[in-house]
Design a protein around this ligand. Structure first.
Ligand code: SAH
Length: 510
């Protein structure tokens, strides 16, 4: 899609410091519009997901030791792509105009007559300290803050930083790109009269799940950083405010902070569990072990929907089943009114919520979120001779239809969808498990167990991690593979699964 007349050609967008939630709305809108997205190393991969599927993604990230693409080539790339008629987004870590060379890019664009827009971002200079519980200003502790580069251009004999003045500033000092020069920075400050006991901190990967913070008096900072193995990317904070961290730290106090948790769900479903875990501080590795696909034979569902008035009961056992049912209904030009004459029953609050999204709110919901629970609930309600439609996963168990048949019902058990194993990403997950980088693995259904085991070539790699099961059926599948879950959700829902993790992982390693 080429840009249209009068539209901005290039957006210099601040991606924020890492936490994808810190991208601005304007930044997101620009990414959604992009034909070409040129992005850096310190940009969350999550943000790339806002780009259109046909958007060209160009990585130009710099690693500390070697430049993937020199700045003049990045400039030339932006110009070339924009002149070719593309809407170009240059997505840069933090704020584009804070040590991001955004100014140089803007000059180059202007020189070529290209229109551009700057979308400021949340800079790591403020956000990394904030996520470590350090306010850069404070009424009692600092009335200014100064952001300084710790990386001076090579070959410069004389420092461009007026150390004499900097060391005398009463406010907070924040150094970016300073880790390699940490000893020099400390020496310069102390050498120019700053109290070696001044509170200081280093925050690495601020706002990311792997955030690490070291707090020490200025003179001891280097040693503590060495002990903790803190490297780039990190900000160095010097000033009285650093001491406030002891009282104000919050991100690191989240119950799952520092934990790496694998989420195995179908791709489009994973985000609810993933975001609940991230909200609690976990680093999530999303592994879409399963994918939802149409059933092998779509005919039975099509026929059931076409003859829906014949059923007194319609039973849906998952949100996927609900979506598949209504997709088929829509294909037959039917809407929610097709269920007007039926009683609707569901397993689980997720299924209930999915039904509510289609306007179906009067639903019999099993309190125990499994087939046995629903069979129990319907025991007194389904009468002999009632026609019951169960629309669910192709590979589902027979418990529910059998139980209803025993009650004398006439059951049509149709496959509404099928779950399929996805191998993609298995290598990376296997490597993380082998390296001991995974603290916990979550399972939201039996099929996630079966498919993950298939992708990993067996259960052995999972033996070192804590496994979490959403409910008894999933637990049985784990046990059948010789794996014992660390915990099973008390309530068989996503929320229950999250609670199980919080209860057993909280504060374990801290
Ligand atoms: N434009 C960026 C800064 C680019 S310079 C901004 O506004 O944040 C790159 C330096 O930023 C790194 O060397 C490091 O000092 C700092 N930095 C970037 N992201 C960071 C993060 N998440 N945590 C700590 N420091 C970070």
């Amino acid at each position: 899609m080429a840009h249209s007349k009068g539209e901005t050609q290039v957006y210099l967008v601040g991606a924020g410091p890492g936490d994808p939630g810190l991208l601005t709305l304007k930044g997101r809108a620009a990414i959604e519009r992009a034909d070409v997205l040129v992005y850096d190393r310190l940009v969350s991969p999550r943000l790339l997901g806002y780009a259109r599927p046909d958007c060209e993604l160009v990585y130009v990230g710099k690693t500390p030791d070697h430049h993937t693409l020199p700045q003049h080539k990045i400039n030339a790339l932006l110009v070339k792509k924009a002149l070719a008629g593309n809407v170009v987004v240059r997505l840069k870590g933090g704020d584009p105009f804070v040590f991001g060379r955004g100014g140089e890019e803007a000059e180059e664009l202007r020189a070529h007559g290209l229109s551009y827009e700057v979308v400021p971002g949340v800079t790591s200079a403020i956000a990394a300290p904030a996520y470590a519980g350090i306010p850069v200003t404070h009424r009692d502790a600092a009335s200014s803050f100064t952001v300084i580069t710790g990386h001076e251009r090579d070959g410069k004999g004389v420092s461009a930083i007026p150390w004499g003045q900097v060391a005398r500033l009463k406010g907070t000092l924040v150094f970016l790109m300073g880790m390699e020069n940490l000893p020099r920075i400390v020496d310069n400050l102390v050498g120019h009269g700053m109290d070696p006991a001044t509170p200081a901190a280093v925050v690495r990967y601020g706002t990311w799940p792997m955030q690490r913070t070291v707090r020490a008096p200025l003179a001891a900072l280097e040693e503590r950083v060495g002990e903790e193995g803190i490297e780039n990317p990190a900000v160095i904070v010097v000033g009285q405010v650093a001491a406030l961290r002891e009282r104000l730290s919050w991100a690191e106090r989240k119950p799952l902070f520092g934990k790496t948790v694998v989420v195995t769900r179908a791709r489009h479903q994973a985000s609810a569990l993933a975001s609940a875990l991230e909200e609690r501080g976990a680093q999530v590795l999303e592994f879409p072990a399963i994918e939802i696909a149409p059933p092998t034979d779509p005919q039975p569902l099509a026929e059931a929907v076409a003859g829906i008035e014949a059923y007194r009961w319609v039973v849906l056992t998952s949100a996927n089943g609900v979506d598949a049912f209504f997709a088929e209904a829509a294909a037959q030009r039917l809407d929610a009114r097709c269920l007007a004459g039926a009683e609707v029953a569901a397993i689980g609050t997720g299924t209930q919520a999915a039904l509510a999204a289609y306007g179906i709110t009067q639903v019999h919901v099993a309190r125990e979120f499994c087939a046995e629970g629903l069979a129990g609930l319907l025991a007194g309600k389904v009468r002999a001779g009632d026609r019951v439609l169960i629309a669910r996963a192709e590979e589902a168990r027979d418990v529910l239809p059998r139980a209803l048949e025993e009650q004398g019902a006439q059951v049509s058990d149709v496959a509404a969808y099928r779950t399929r194993a996805v191998a993609e990403g298995a290598e990376a997950l296997a490597a993380a498990l082998r390296a001991g980088d995974v603290d916990a693995v979550t399972f939201t259904s039996s099929s996630t167990v079966t498919n993950l085991l298939a992708c990993l070539g067996g259960p052995s790699l999972l033996e070192g991690a804590d496994l979490y099961s959403i409910g008894p059926v999933t637990t049985e599948t784990l046990r059948a593979a010789g794996l014992e879950p660390r915990a099973q959700a008390v309530e068989y829902t996503i929320a229950g699964l999250v609670a199980a993790l919080v209860d057993t992982q909280e504060g374990e390693l801290l």
